[in-house]
Design a protein around this ligand. Sequence first.
Ligand SMILES: Cc1ncc(C[n+]2csc(CCOP(=O)(O)OP(=O)(O)O)c2C)c(N)n1
Ligand code: SF4
Length: 533
Amino acid sequence: MQKLLLMGDEAIAQGAIDAGLSGIYAYPGTPSTEITEYVDASKEAKEKGIKASWAANEKTAMEGALGMSYAGKRTMACMKHVGLNVAADPFVNSAITGANGGLIVVSADDPSMHSSQNEQDSRFFGKFALVPILEPANQQEAYDMVHYGYELSEKYNIPVLLRITTRLAHSRAGVARKISRQQNECSLPKNLRQFVLLPAIARKQYKDLLNKQTGFEKESEESGFNKYYAGDDKSLGIIACGIAYNYLMENYPGGKCPYPVLKIGQYPLPKKQIEKITSECEQILVMEDGYPMVEEMLKGFLGIGIKVKGRLDGTLPRDGELNPNIVAISLGKPDTRGQDVPSVVVGRPPSMCVGCSHIDSFLGLNAALEGYSKGRVFSDIGCYTLSALPPYESINSCVDMGASITMAKGAADAGMIPAVAVIGDSTFAHSGMTGLLDCVIAKSPVTVLILDNSTTGMTGGQPSAAFGRIESIVKGLGVEEEHIRILKPLRKNHEENTRIIKEELAYNGVSVIIPTRECIQTLNKRMREKFKK
Ligand SMILES: Cc1ncc(C[n+]2csc(CCOP(=O)(O)OP(=O)(O)O)c2C)c(N)n1
Ligand code: SF4
């Protein structure tokens, strides 16, 4: 079979294409973005008519995938871990409706927060929703798990959560492909009422979901992704979840760990195998790249019984991602960390690109705010969040996508007038529109800057769902036309832009200012492609 050198994200995408995928739905977010980009760019996917769509947000992506599953086809929804919070409502309820065509939800976690607001562990969401979870240790498993996940999903009519972390998503390894499978035909669910979550039906569906749990446990018990490896030294037993197994084995180049090892790649946990390792070994060390979920489950609330070590007792650090060296130290091996990073490459904070349109927007905003007390600019998440840093120091918050407008409203309600919100075009379409409607209804004294650079800049330039529509959306939401102001954020327009922002700050109602200039990176890319032709 053909072997490809693939990143974890690409292995998932190729796995889905080969396993009969019909459509993928996603909202970009590191480290998950490359899954959908791969399908989008794949000639093979195009020839097979696979739909690859960037959705307005993770909730709409999850719902799109659920609709395709309802229609009997294999589908995938992809997002970063915090995106699963946004998609939580349809995700949790999809466990109760069940699936028809195979449905895999990929959530890419980011321990150590390389480019995220938190390092939450999506396995908790899977456990909460009572669905099976798959967690690959390497790229080959990521590929194989997609095939297996669809089988599992269709066997039990259940969505399956595939949880990966940054290192696996973004590192490459050889991946052997399987024979391609045809796509499913369109077909209705056997039970036409299962997707109607009226209380009477939902109660029954929920009982069905509970009844499926024994089957999920049996599958985990028999799964090839959960493996027990014998070891002579029973003073310690190691439970290694997902990529942590890879880190563990990097410490034993010959492939022989002296301790018994239980490798976990599928949840719910395989009870019999856990019982075997805990009864055989004096102590258990749990290695998991994320929260101490398995460790907590084994320890129990009172922490009595078998001695379990891991992140909770300090054997491993409580936060941040694991790596082979951290794992080595936890095993009493020498610290083999390389040299410290030379100071010349340390501490270079990220900054906006030279020529970025956001820079001119913030210079204008800073100038317009002179004379007002500090601390009134609520921001969102995007390249513009970098304006928190010197030399701009323009913004005072960044919490979650969409929070800028609603937090500004809350602060204005508290008497902070004017309150300012700064949000990007993609984030506005993701979850800013409803907050603006709240402001319009309440006639809140907020000034909202929607920075329209025609793209989702921070995640590499995916299309923004608001492209070409911002002004009409804002009008449609009820913002008065005379308080919708379009600016061209260029150095030569600084005086005029500052004046316009000042005018709107003085207005005691909802104003929307839309600085409009394309992201310099997507502009360059477009130009390069144009001249290539
Ligand atoms: C819920 C959630 N989904 C995805 C992301 C990843 N992400 C960070 S900013 C951003 C969008 C940025 O686009 P835009 O608002 O247009 O600003 P730009 O970067 O173009 O300035 C995305 C998708 C996230 N942080 N949270
Ligand atoms: S990628 Fe685009 S939006 Fe982001 S900082 Fe660079 S120019 Fe600005």
